[in-house]
Design a protein around this ligand. Structure first.
Ligand code: DAT
Ligand code: MG
Length: 153
C-alpha cells in the first residue's frame, strides 16, 4: 500500500469544506493514517514549493498558504498518489473536471483547496516534511475485505 500527503489549504478550512472533502477521501476507501492542523511558515513553504520559487505568483501563493491554519493528512491505499491526484483534479479549479474536488468546489487557480503529492517519490519527501515517524499510524480498517480484492491488499 502507498501513502500520500494532502494539505487542506486555508480556503478549504475557511470555507468549512474540511468535512465534505475528507468524506470524499474516506468514501473512496482511502485510509487516514495521520492528521494534524498546522500553521505554515515561510521556511516550510520555501521547501514545499521550491519548484515554484522563481514564479511571479510565488509571494502571493506563500501569503495565501499562511492565511490560516491548514490540515495535513496522510492517506493510504492502493496507488494512493495517483488515485488522490485524480480525485483532486487539475490545478485550476476552472479547468478541473466536474466530479473532481477542485472541479466541484473551486473556481480559482491558487484557491484550489488541496495540495496532493504528485509522485510516489515526492510523497515520501512530503510525508517526512509534515509528519514525524510516530505520527503516521499503522492499523487495519474493518471494511478492508470489502474495499479490496484479496490480490490488491
Ligand atoms: P498542483 O497543486 O496541482 O500540484 P503545482 O504544483 O503546479 O500544482 O502548483 C502548486 C500550487 O501553486 C497550485 O496548487 C496553485 C499555485 N499555482 C500554480 N500555478 C499558478 C499560477 N499560474 N498562478 C497562481 N497560482 C498558481
Ligand atoms: Mg504540485
Amino acid at each position: 500500500m502507498q501513502k500520500t500527503l494532502i494539505l487542506l489549504k486555508p480556503d478549504c478550512v475557511q470555507r468549512s469544506l474540511v468535512g465534505e472533502i475528507m468524506n470524499r477521501f474516506e468514501r473512496k476507501g482511502l485510509k487516514i493514517v495521520a492528521m494534524k492542523m498546522i500553521h505554515l511558515d515561510d521556511e516550510v513553504l520555501k521547501d514545499h514549493y521550491a519548484h515554484l520559487a522563481d514564479k511571479p505568483f510565488f509571494p502571493g501563493l506563500a501569503n495565501f498558504m499562511k492565511a490560516s491554519p491548514v490540515i495535513a493528512l496522510a492517506l493510504e491505499g492502493h496507488s494512493a498518489v495517483e488515485v488522490v491526484r485524480t480525485l483532486v483534479g487539475a490545478t485550476s479549479g476552472r479547468k478541473a473536471d466536474v466530479g473532481s474536488i477542485r472541479g466541484d468546489y473551486s473556481i480559482s487557480v491558487s484557491a484550489n483547496l488541496i495540495h496532493a503529492s504528485d509522485t510516489p517519490e515526492n510523497a515520501e519527501i512530503e510525508l517526512k516534511r509534515f509528519f514525524k515517524e510516530g505520527e503516521i499510524f499503522n492499523y487495519q480498517r474493518v471494511d478492508v475485505d470489502f474495499i479490496y480484492a484479496d490480490d490488491e491488499k
